[in-house]
Design a protein around this ligand. Structure first.
Ligand code: GTP
Length: 369
């Protein structure tokens, strides 16, 4: 992966990580946010539920008033009801929110003092004193009820708003996931395509397109990867190939090159690998650490081609395809390959000089001398 592609993928990675983190934080915030609203709505200690205290106060006041209207036979109970009504109405929120609260509490306080005197207040006196307080308590209850409804409605609106953002966040996460997946997929395909292309180029660079076997570069590479190993190398040249082309045509010559490539490959079999060095010359490389094995490979190869008896109308000595073969074996290390190649080449040309259609082996030392 080159530097700009690496930078690109890291950039996308951080961008996606940050986007997902922010969106997940938004979702967590939005879902947790609802909780305080519910707390506020159901709380018993703040102004929203103060309506219940006003209702209690009004009920105690009603009972006290009823006691006076019935002649206040039990003045102790009436006084206790008045005191209870006072304590349930004496709430900070009522004083701050409803202006009638302070005056009503003062009036109730005065009436309570009056009930301690004799004679007790009459039913009319009690009604005159307590009815305005009852009206104030009713106003407080109504006001608190409205506030509660308003809070419930606000809560519903807020919940809808937060749900909307949760939905937006979820859709964004989905879309971002989709986009990043597509980008990743595209990047993967581009990388795959690049790998395929470079493999194809490598293959082209190391293969002979006509016969499909490796070329001269592939042979060098093979030797490089087998440093320290004992290898046998056979060079093969078709005899009078120019005449073959001239007599039968170039396409037939191509066909013969392909046919011989597979024939030599099959004849050497096993671990031998065939390369085309150019023109009508091939090289085979195989593990080999004795001249006996090298000789047997050369003679087997020649015998195999003879057995095929491929017609060669342009051959100057025979009427079938023949080969000139030169072989050597060497230990791959440093530049021993160059000496080995020279040895095999000298052996090959010795065969040519002798009249072709044969094989010869030569040691690397002889080539150096
Ligand atoms: N059909 C075909 N011919 C090729 C190709 N490459 C090289 N040639 C021909 O192979 C012939 C090789 O000729 P020479 O090097 O004189 O070898 P030769 O005719 O086999 O003669 P000796 O090796 O001395 O027996 C030339 O005529 C080239 O044109 C190829 O890919 N296809």
């Amino acid at each position: 992966m080159n530097l700009s592609r690496w930078k690109g993928s890291v950039g996308w990675f951080w961008l996606s990580l940050m986007s997902f983190t922010l969106l997940v934080m938004l979702l967590i915030y939005e879902t947790r946010w609802v909780s305080p609203e519910i707390d506020r709505y159901f709380s018993q200690s703040n102004n929203l539920t103060g309506q219940q205290l006003a209702t209690r106060s009004r009920e105690f006041l009603h009972e006290a008033l009823a006691a006076f209207q019935e002649g206040a036979s039990d003045e102790g109970t009436a006084a206790m009801n008045l005191e209870m009504a006072y304590s349930f109405m004496d709430i900070g929120v009522y004083r701050e929110t409803y202006p009638c609260t302070d005056s009503s509490l003062n009036q109730l306080d005065r009436f309570m003092q009056r009930t301690a005197e004799s004679p007790l207040p009459s039913s009319d006196d009690a009604s005159r004193a307590l009815l305005p307080i009852l009206q104030c308590l009713t106003a407080i209850e109504m006001g608190q009820l409205s506030r509660r409804s308003q809070a419930a409605s606000d809560f519903a609106d807020d919940t809808r708003r937060h749900q909307f953002w949760v939905m937006v966040g979820s859709v964004l996460i989905y879309l971002l996931g989709l986009v990043f997946w597509l980008l990743h997929e595209r990047q993967r395909r581009v990388a795959e395509q690049a790998t395929r292309e470079s493999l194809e180029w490598m293959k082209k660079a190391l293969h002979d397109p006509l016969t499909g076997v490796g070329n001269r570069s592939a042979l060098h590479e093979r030797v490089e990867t087998h440093q320290g190993d004992w290898l046998g190398m056979i060079l093969v040249d078709i005899d009078y190939f120019k005449q073959y082309n001239d007599t039968l045509g170039h396409p037939e010559g191509d066909q013969l090159l392909r046919h011989l490539a597979s024939l030599i490959d099959a004849a050497l079999k096993g671990e031998a690998i065939l390369y085309r060095m150019g023109g009508d010359e091939f090289a085979a490389l195989f593990p080999c650490d004795s001249e006996t094995e090298l000789r047997s490979r050369c003679s087997e190869l020649l015998a195999r081609v003879h057995s095929q008896a491929i017609p060669h109308p342009g051959h100057l000595e025979r009427d079938i395809v023949t080969l000139s073969i030169g072989g050597t074996y060497f230990r791959a290390a440093g530049d021993t390959f160059a000496a080995a190649y020279a040895a095999a080449d000298q052996a090959l040309y010795a065969v040519k000089a002798r009249g072709r259609d044969g094989w010869q082996v030569q040691s690397c030392m002889e080539a150096v001398q």
